[in-house]
Design a protein around this ligand. Structure first.
Ligand SMILES: *Cc1c(COP(=O)(O)O)cnc(C)c1O
Length: 432
């Protein structure tokens, strides 16, 4: 698979280069030059395939000629010991549960694949790698788990102090070994900016093989397309068009849905659902894109003022706003509306959602109001509700159970390095 930079079409990279560089040198984003279609025979029979079989087929379709099928099988086998089931919530709406992985958030799908494919390339080249990752909550946990104890790779995680939940913070700060957590006095955007600066810094690049695990990395984006296919496989028998509602922050998840669509997955429409960090819904409405500083909300993993995958999202439609709006509708909600949705679904379906999932649910309902046609709605559940336990319990007025996997974390002591949102300080820390 050949990639090009969204800023300079003539700037190309191989799969391995795109994965280890993360960003092209001109600071654009890597996009596949050509998106191959999934085979029709496979789609015709997809309802009989397991998640792993689907993941193998998609990866094989994309990387054919670069990685052998049996090596792909090993990569997928190492990455996934969890699934992406759909659960019925209303007669026509299903939730796609993406929280059955080790960190209990959808980012496990990307992080596990990325770790597996990086270690595949590392075994061949024997390079040592330093992963830098900024997180607004869930990325860090997924990446930490994904790369934990992988030989030849160390991970440095930057997170905004006081702006992630207790459980999220424990997931970042309790592993140790090759995982270091930097607690930044600032916002997620500050963390993201520091990481971006590090990638452009000649001295740091001289000393380390830097790689990113943020959703800008193509190795995280690609595997997120697997579960759009997996949802289709589970719902195909209903015989209706499918609309996906994606709770969005950096828009990696929605971009992965677009990749699936471009590979030939039958998708009727996408809903881009956000909290008040609504640069993309406003762009869909008006055609002008005005990113803003991030605003704090209860769906904090989506508190992104300037989404890093926006350029990619547009590129799937050749940067044509009209075409984008034909396939994607945007809706945004405040915290009160989000909490109302959490109570509604709990009341009607006895189903507990995290606030991000509630934003997606709400987006789907808004879309339904405007489109009376008959379709199956799928809203993505990006995290287990127990990861936001205080908010969920307060909103629903009841206590919820914490899965053992999360409970055991709470008693482990946090280990983080405190830091200001200052590049010189960050660089000194990395160099020391
Ligand atoms: C990261 C995250 C999102 C946003 O996903 P993007 O790919 O950045 O749009 C939504 N919900 C949760 C729980 C997340 O961790």
């Amino acid at each position: 698979m050949i990639f090009y930079s969204t800023k300079t079409a003539s700037l190309k990279a191989s799969l391995e280069e795109a994965i280890f560089n993360s960003l092209p040198p001109d600071n654009g984003l890597y996009m596949p030059e050509h998106i191959p279609a999934i085979s029709e025979e496979f789609l015709a029979d997809i309802e009989n395939r397991t998640f792993k079989e689907i993941a193998i087929e998609i990866t094989h379709t994309l990387f054919e000629g670069e990685i052998t099928r049996s090596e792909i099988e090993t990569i997928i086998d190492n990455a996934y010991d969890f699934e992406a089931p759909v659960v019925k919530i209303t007669p026509d709406d299903y939730v796609l549960e993406l929280f059955h992985g080790p960190s209990m958030a959808f980012k496990d799908f990307g992080a596990r694949f990325m770790a597996a494919i990086m270690s595949y390339f590392l075994l061949r080249s024997k390079k040592e790698i330093k992963i830098l990752v900024a997180t607004s909550g869930d990325t860090g946990g997924a990446v930490a788990q994904g790369f934990y104890k992988i030989p030849g790779i160390s991970v440095t995680i930057l997170y905004p102090s006081g702006k992630v939940s207790d459980i999220q913070e424990k997931q970042l700060t309790t592993l140790g070994y090759n995982v270091t957590a930097l607690e930044v006095s600032g916002t997620f955007d500050d963390c993201q900016r520091l990481v971006k600066e590090a990638f452009l810094d000649p001295e740091l690049n001289e000393k380390f093989n830097l790689a990113s695990a943020n959703s800008i990395n193509i190795a995280r984006l690609i595997p997120q397309s697997f579960y759009f296919f997996a949802a289709y496989a589970q719902l195909k028998k209903l015989g209706k068009p499918i609309v996906f509602s994606v709770p969005s922050g950096n828009f990696g998840n929605l971009s992965a849905g677009l990749l699936a669509y471009r590979m030939g997955l039958p998708v009727e429409h996408f809903v881009a659902a956000t909290n008040l960090n609504n640069a993309v819904p406003r762009y869909l409405e008006t055609g002008s894109y005005d990113p803003a500083p991030s605003i704090e909300t209860i769906s904090n993993a989506m508190d992104v003022g300037s989404p890093s995958n926006f350029v990619r999202l547009k590129r799937f439609f050749n940067d044509d706003w009209k075409l984008v709006t034909e396939k994607i509708s945007g809706f945004y909600f405040n915290d009160e509306q989000t909490q109302k949705a959490m109570r509604e679904v709990y009341g009607n379906a006895n189903y507990v959602m995290c606030p991000h999932t509630a934003v997606a649910y709400r987006g789907l309902q808004e879309y339904r109001k405007k489109n009376q046609n008959n379709f199956t709605g799928v809203f993505l559940s990006t995290a287990h509700p127990a990861k936001f336990i205080d908010l969920v319990e307060e909103t629903l007025g009841k206590s919820i159970e914490i899965p053992e996997r999360l409970k055991s974390l709470l008693s482990i002591e946090k280990k983080s390095v405190k830091m200001n949102a200052d590049f010189t300080e960050f660089k000194t820390l990395l160099m020391s």
